[in-house]
Design a protein around this ligand. Structure first.
Ligand code: C2E
Ligand code: MG
Ligand code: MG
Ligand code: MG
Length: 290
């Protein structure tokens, strides 16, 4: 009887396993198709100065099925990364962001405005990566200094020599480099010192408890102070409460991003937050006449 139960358990296990494999395979097929059939979209989540002015945005991938449902990046980015499909997807993201940057030239953008694009480890180690970035910028005539790349430790600290060379080239083109998800990995401080970075992005998990937990607030305060010493900007993601916002602003965080201020939104909605350039010119003109 015990033997039979055991066998059933094994049977159940392999059925579950098979189902998991099947659903991965079909997710992967759907994702390949999504890329071809234009079901992918770039949403934008605004970033703000502590004073409250919009100053930048992060591009975030969205996948909308024909049935209308959304698949979140958490569900498909890891699979895309594992299978290498992230390389063509990432290329599409870069091109779309450059297209959008070009379209944004019709607006009166805040000084120093930039868009940040997430780059996965597989993409970063792809030998064609640098050329793809340069091509995307050139094809759409997007200004390089308005494009920032968000990289994670897993991209940078695996092969420091490679990372240093690629980052050097990217910066020579004019791009900014931001270290994403800071505080979730094993960031070695010496690596931080030697890599040419422009900003650290505090992970939402670090931001979550700063208002309630003395240890968390001490860590964030120290990280911000360290970043300043290294001339790195600090961006906080996952800002959800006024308390968090006030704390981060007080500690000298440079940019804030989170549901408290704005959620990721379609590009058209993001544009609606900006002043059209023509309107700006009209206001300037009116001012000139007085
Ligand atoms: P991430 O780069 O750390 O992006 C920040 C995530 O936090 C986004 O999730 C954003 O919607 C979410 N978020 C922002 N503010 C808040 C908040 O106040 N509270 C909470 N709870 N969450 C907040 P999303 O859009 O689901 O993206 C998840 C991850 O997927 C990203 O994390 C990034 O690692 C990856 N990803 C997204 N788009 C791309 C892409 O185009 N390429 C690559 N390679 N990865 C991407
Ligand atoms: Mg990011
Ligand atoms: Mg992040
Ligand atoms: Mg994160």
């Amino acid at each position: 009887e015990a033997k039979e139960a055991g066998r059933n358990r094994i049977c159940l296990f392999s059925e579950q396993r098979q189902r998991a494999i099947n659903s991965r395979t079909s997710l992967l097929q759907d994702l390949r198709q999504a890329l071809q059939e234009r079901e992918l979209m770039l949403y934008y989540q605004p970033q703000f100065l502590p004073s409250g002015e919009l100053c930048a945005a992060e591009a975030l991938l969205r996948w909308q099925n024909p049935s209308g449902g959304f698949v979140t990046p958490g569900e498909f980015i890891p699979l895309a990364e594992e299978t290498g499909l992230i390389v063509p997807i990432g290329e599409w993201v870069l091109e779309m962001a450059c297209r959008h940057l070009c379209a944004l030239e019709d607006f009166a953008l805040p000084e120093g405005f930039s868009i940040s694009v997430n780059i996965s480890p597989r993409q970063f180690s792809d030998p064609g990566f640098l050329d793809k970035v340069r091509d995307a910028l050139a094809t759409y005539g997007a200004p390089a200094q308005r494009l920032k790349l968000e990289l994670t430790e897993s991209s940078l600290f695996q092969d420091m020599a490679h990372a240093t060379r690629v980052l050097g080239e990217l910066r020579a083109v004019g791009l900014g480099i931001e270290l994403d998800d800071f505080g979730t990995g094993y960031s070695s401080l010496s690596c931080l010192k030697s890599l040419p970075l422009d900003a650290l992005k505090l992970d939402g998990s670090l931001v979550r408890d700063i208002a309630g937990d003395a240890r968390d607030s001490a860590i964030v305060r120290a990280v911000i102070a360290m970043a300043k010493t290294l001339s790195l900007q600090v961006i906080a993601e996952g800002v959800e409460t006024q308390e968090q916002r006030a704390f981060l602003a007080h500690e000298g965080c440079d940019r804030l991003q989170g549901f408290l201020m704005a959620r990721p939104m379609p590009f058209e909605h993001f544009c609606a937050l900006l002043e059209p350039a023509s309107q700006c010119r009209r206001i300037d003109g009116a001012a000139d006449q007085t």
